[in-house]
Structure formats: C-alpha cells, structure tokens
Design a protein around this ligand. Sequence first.
Ligand code: AHR
Length: 512
Amino acid sequence: MKKMFFSILMVSFLPLMAQNTPTKITIYADQGKTQINKEIYGQFAEHLGTCIYGGIWVGENSPIPNTNGYRNDVLNALKQLQIPVLRWPGGCFADEYHWMDGIGPKEKRPKMVNNNWGGVVEDNSFGTHEFLNLCEMLGCEPYLSGNVGSGTVEELAKWVEYTTSDGDSPMANLRRQNGREKPWKVKYLGVGNESWGCGGSMTPEYYADLFRRYSTYCREFDGNRLYKIASGASDYDYNWTEVLMKKVGTRMKGISLHYYTVKGWDGSKGSATKFDKADYLWTMGKCLEIEDVVKKHIAIMDKYDPQNRIGLLVDEWGTWWDQEPGTHPGFLFQQNTMRDAFVAALTLNIFNKYSERVKMANIAQVVNVLQAMILTDGPKMVLTPTYYVFDMYKKHMGATYLPLDIQCDELSSNNKMFPSVSASASKDSNGSIHITLANINPDKEQNIEIDLANVKISKVTGTILTAKSIDSYNAFDNPNAVVPAIFKGAKVTKSGLSVMLPAKSIISLELL
Ligand code: AHR
C-alpha cells in the first residue's frame, strides 16, 4: 500500500498554547426546518459471501438458534437498530437475479451461479417471501432492486404484481399458491443497479430510455404506491446525473449515488485492521469528500428540479478494504475498527445536513460484507464499532435537523485540510435535542463550547464510543474492545453546553 504524506496542522500557525483554544459550535436550535429522513439510516443486504446465507439466513433445520430460518442473534441485534429500510438482493447480483427462481417449494427452486461474487452456486432458498417476511419482522420498508441488465420488462412488471397485487390476478394467485394470502407493502423499487457497470455497461442516454420503458410497466396495485429509483452515478460521474435529470425527470422519484471510501479499484485496498496514522487520516479525508460529491450532484438536480421532487439516494456507501486473510476474495468479508466507526459517524452527519435532498442512504452492507454492522462466524456473532455508531445516531431518524456552525482545528492528509470535529444536531417530536459529535484527532482531546442560540436546557446525558487505538476492533474472541459507555464529559452552561471530547471519540448527547 502506498504511504501517504500526512501532518496534523492548526488552521493558522499559532503558538502551542493557542492549540487549546476551545472548539466552538453554534447550534441554531430554534431554526430547524427540515426533517431528517429516517431512511438515511438504511441498510443493504446482497447475495454476496455470507451476508444472506450464514449471516441472516441459516434455515429452519440449523443448530444455530433461529426463527423460521432467520438467526435469532442477528435478528435481535437488527431490531435494536430500528432499521428503516433494507435494500435487496443487490448490488451487482440484482442484475443477474431472476426472482421467479426464488419462489415456491425450496427443493424445486432452480440453482444459479453467482457470477459476480465468487462463482458460488446460489440455491435460491432465500427469495422474495424470505426477504419480505424478514422486513416485516424487522418493521422496515423493503427496497427491491430490479433486474434491468439481464432481465425483461415483463419479469420486473410481474415481480411488482406478485408482491403487491391484492386482486384476482395471475401473479397474486401464484403468490397465494405459495402461501402468502395478502400482498406485502413494497414502496421502494430500484430499476437496475450500477447500469453503467455490472448492471449492463450502458451509456446514460441508453439507460435513461430503458428506465422510462421498464418503469412504465411497474404498476401501482391496490393502493400500493411505488417510489421508483433510477440507477444513478458512481462518485464523480456528474454527467450521468445530468443526463438522467434531463431525460427521465420526474418519471423517477429518486436517483441513486454510490460512493465508497476506497483507495482505488485496482490492486490492494489496504488492510482493514493494519494501518498507520497516515492511512487513518487519508481515510478521513476521502470519507469527508462525499460532502462535495453530494453537493455537486444536488446542484445538478436543483437545476432540473427546483421544486425538490426527486430524491438523491446514496444507496451504497461505506469503507472497502482487502478481504480478511484466509477468506474468499469474492466474499468481501472485512473487519471493522474504530476507523470505520468514524467513517460512519462523519458520513451520517453529512447526510443529515443534506436531508432536504438526500432521502435515503444504505450502508454496504448489513452483515459480513464490507462495512458491516454485524460479523458472524458459524454460531458466533460480534457487533462492530459501526453498529454502535448507528445505534447512537438513531435518535436523529425522523427528527428536525438543526443547522450549526463549527469552529475548530483542522487536520490534513495529502495536502487536503479538513475539520477535526464533525457534528450534527436534531430536535425530536418531544422537543428533545440530540447532538452527535466526533473528534477525529487521534491524539488530542477537544474542549467544546456549544452555544444553543437562546434555547435553555436543564440536563444532558451522553454515550461515548472510543477505544484504546484507532485500529481497535471487536474480534470473535474479544467482542468488547470497542463498545459504547456512559459519557459524563458534558455540562450544562449559561449559553448551552461545555463538552470535553476525548481524542478519537464519538459521542451522542441527549438534552432535556
Ligand atoms: O456492495 C458491493 C458491490 O459494490 C455492489 O454489488 C455493487 O453495486 C457495487 O459495485
């Protein structure tokens, strides 16, 4: 892995004493206007490695404790996160998936080769019923990602009919025959995935026409309202967004965006657990770059859709490292350290800020793949530092975003400067304010003065996530190296709060 030049600098070259100048955050607690879409805290589950098989689904006959085939430990952990939406079955897998292979008696379901992910044989034992029933158990919205790359218009149209029609229609009757009387509620429908790449290597112009054609036949049955999502750009491909906005417009309710914190697509992506401070700071810089990317895509959307009718959905994001030594390279199984927790914390703070346009985000992926919430190994399960960030941030879901300003030291990596503190604040329907803060600096604590702009509070409680070092992680034989604890470093002051934020820590505060 190439070593990056890095340094930790002050914004200006002040004498050493001045480095202890308190960080100042002003939260305009009386000026909230936008609701933070709860779907920003969404998840993604692909038929990839052990995400589905082994991670979520073990089958009814497994010795691993399960409910109707879903492993209990993972189910319970996911319920705690109150996940709002789950995207399935891919990813690249979606554009080779034929949903009819995954319904009916399991022993009769045809098998297929999972060409994208390791060439393993997929037996289709986890299909439409298993996924939609899982969403019901988790109380989340399903997000079906349809096959445009290698599927047909008829196939996608029938999937919508099968899952959502309540009438005496052929597909609804087939569903009944397969044991499900009532339709499910399916709101989110992806029309292809990464259509510029694994989803068909298309040009934006060609895909725009296909979107119009495929989506025409995805009907709304019996009161089910579809939120049709176009396969959007990767990272900095602003032309893709421009063409779709121009040629598809409000025929789509949402357009996706994929952004991974990754060193590149060729060669080593770096170890998930073995890295130095330079690598860590590079990761923070790359992760924070998503703000600029999101802003630029939004600017294009604003041009064509000033009324803000089309949502930007970052339906894949997160870190991408080399697979763990000894694991299948096509399975994308990686460990998850305090560094990953920061990527989650910083990114979620950014998504909250752009909630007016960012209607959904789905971290990749929920179990055992890339920046996972949960890792499993046979019967063992461990919760990752990223899981705890989602748990600490969940109070922002559906709350009103509170604008804020931050004055703090900066860090730098590769000649790029970025703030050392990241924050987000929201007010929930009961009037309670929640603040999430991250001190990226691995060596230095921060004294933070928070001004609440005339809003009075009487009490503050908090939770902290930190660890011995930025590369600490939860292993199967050491599952509690990075776990949240009660935070007592925040005090109510005349103008708001004073917070002593330890080095390399993430906190959530509740103000009453
Ligand atoms: O999340 C892993 C893969 O990354 C997805 O299948 C694909 O959409 C993206 O390239």
